[in-house]
Structure formats: structure tokens, C-alpha cells
Design a protein around this ligand. Structure first.
Ligand code: GLU
Length: 306
């Protein structure tokens, strides 16, 4: 079985940009004969009720998925297993740095901005022993590539930096980059469609996958929805969630039509969009959403329940 997926973090309601990415992921999966899985990425921040709300929002725009929804919080054994394998192969080292330590060391001229400066990479056992008494260690990947290339349907070959990134946080929680790689492989997911804010994380993830002996995945990083100031769309920008739009007279089907039109696809139904879907004709520019223009007059121009 091969599959694509949508993997929201349950931190709040989905906005029209998130729903658009979910629809694109569904179109990619369904148009290539893949299953479409839904995974809730709940290892980090979780807002009570957000998961239920997000599932209801995805359903309201007509999306369906295969099998049960999975939750990262149920999958600890898979992360432990990967950490054990990485540790045995000597790919991990303990890191005791605080954010401040890293910021200070990273300002040295030879360190690339945003990269781990290597402080704890070569500590002696005695140094580690002493450091463990002060604070718990995070586990970082000992990388030796500097950069790594991935293939992306929309971006072609993309080479990005790979530093000694964290795979287990110092509170013992698996880091996003580890969890996502382990889950995708273990769930048979070989197509990763998501917002292009994560494009620069893909080389790290693909490199980690290669160390774990996992097959490469096909990526498609799709342009995000932005507000008129060209910043990432957020709830504070106005009525951009299904709930807020409903209060202004928008039915979920009308929001779906708006999203499909923004993708240059037939807007009558998901199936009609699927029939016309061609990844190479997807817009390559961000979708600019101006909530002050999403008036109920626009909603009214779309016949309800189309
Ligand atoms: N959970 C991540 C997010 O909501 C997405 C992770 C992914 O698609 O790889 O931003």
C-alpha cells in the first residue's frame, strides 16, 4: 500500500489556507491511486477540542480519508525503536545546550545562521557525566553531510542545509523531524504534500530517513495562503476559518469552491476537481487571502451545496 497524508497539529481551527493544503494533499493522493491518511501531530502544543474541530472542518469541505485517524501520542514505541537504531549506529549525541548557549556560540563567524554550532558534539564521557547533573540532555543527530538533496514535484531538485538537528528534546519528547519521518515510513506514506514553509525541513527529514534505511518519499511543497501583507495567513487576519466564515453567511461548500477556484480547478465538487487535477498546473505563487473581501456577497454568488 502506498499513501499520501494530511498531518495537522491540533493547535486550533484550520483556516482556509490549511484546508487548501489538505485538499491539495487529497488531490495528489487520489489522483495517483494512493490511500489518503490523516495523522494528528499532537506531540507538541495541543489545544483542547482542536482535533475534533479540525476533523469536523475537513469533513465539512467534503474530504474523506482511509482507515482510522492516527495520533502521534499513540506511537511512542515507533519513535523509541528509531532512536535505539540511531543510537546503536552512533548517529546521536547528547546535547546540554540551552537556547542561550546556542545563540551565543552560533554568533561565531564560522557558524551558519540557525545552525547548531557543534558545542556538545565531541564532549568526553566525563564532561557528559558532569553536564547530566545540571540538566537533561537532548539528542542530536551527528550529521556529516552539511546539505542534502530531495526531489519535489513542484520544486524539482532542492538542496537544503542539514545540521546536527534535535531528534529527541530534552524533555524526552520526540522532535517533529524524527516523528514525521518515522510515521511516514511506518504508515506506508511515500508522498508528502504540505505547505512550502516546510520545504527547508525536507532535506533534514530525507537525510534522517536515509540513515534509518527508509525509502525516499516524493515531496510536493505547495504555496501557502498569505494575507495582503504577504505574511502567513492567521486567524487574527479576520474571518478565515469555516466557523467565522459561516457567521458571515458562507456555507462550507462555498468555501471549498473558493479554494478550488484559487487552485485553478473546477469548483463544483472535489470529484470534478480531481478529474481536472494536474500537479504541474498548480499555481506556483502564494494564495493571497484578503478577509475583508471575503464578503457574504461572494458567498452568495456560489449556489449553496454545489
Ligand atoms: N504538523 C505539521 C503542521 O501542521 C505538518 C507536518 C508535515 O506535514 O510534515 O505544520
Amino acid at each position: 500500500m502506498t499513501a499520501g497524508r494530511f498531518a495537522p497539529s491540533p493547535t486550533g481551527e484550520l483556516h482556509v489556507g490549511n484546508l487548501r493544503t489538505a485538499i491539495v494533499a487529497w488531490l495528489f493522493a487520489r489522483s495517483t491511486g494512493r490511500q489518503f491518511l490523516l495523522r494528528v501531530e499532537d506531540l507538541d502544543r495541543v489545544r483542547a477540542g482542536a482535533e475534533e474541530a479540525q476533523l469536523a472542518e475537513l469533513t465539512a469541505v467534503g474530504l474523506t480519508w482511509d482507515g482510522e485517524v492516527t495520533r502521534q501520542s499513540d506511537r511512542q514505541a515507533h519513535y523509541d525503536d528509531a532512536v535505539t537504531r540511531l543510537r546503536r549506529a552512533d548517529h546521536l549525541f547528547e546535547c546540554f545546550c540551552t537556547r542561550r548557549d546556542i545563540a551565543e556560540a552560533a554568533s561565531a563567524p564560522h557558524v551558519l545562521p540557525g545552525h547548531y554550532p557543534g558545542t556538545c558534539r565531541n564532549l568526553s564521557e566525563a564532561e557528559r557525566e558532569a553536564a547530566r547533573r545540571v540538566r537533561p540532555a537532548a539528542l542530536r543527530l551527528r550529521t556529516d553531510v552539511g546539505q542534502y538533496e530531495i526531489r519535489d514535484v513542484l520544486h524539482g531538485g532542492y538542496t537544503g542545509a542539514v545540521d546536527d538537528f534535535v531528534v529527541v528534546r530534552n524533555d524526552g519528547v520526540p522532535a517533529y523531524n524524527l516523528a514525521v519521518v518515522v510515521d511516514d515510513a511506518q504508515q506506508g506514506i511515500d508522498q508528502v504534500v504540505r505547505g512550502d514553509d516546510l520545504l527547508s525541513s525536507a532535506p533534514r527529514q530525507a537525510y534522517l530517513g536515509s540513515l534509518l534505511g527508509l525509502p525516499p518519499v516524493e515531496y510536493a511543497h505547495v504555496p501557502l495562503a498569505l494575507n495582503p501583507e504577504r505574511r502567513r495567513l492567521a486567524k487574527r487576519d479576520g474571518a478565515v476559518t469555516l466557523e467565522a466564515l459561516a457567521a458571515e453567511g458562507w456555507e462550507a461548500a462555498a468555501v471549498r469552491s473558493l479554494i478550488l477556484r484559487s487552485l485553478g480547478l473546477p469548483d463544483t465538487s472535489l470529484d470534478a476537481a480531481l478529474g481536472a487535477f494536474d500537479p504541474f498546473r498548480l499555481p506556483r505563487e502564494p494564495w493571497i487571502v484578503d478577509p475583508s473581501h471575503l464578503s457574504s456577497t461572494d458567498a452568495a454568488t456560489v449556489p449553496p451545496n454545489r
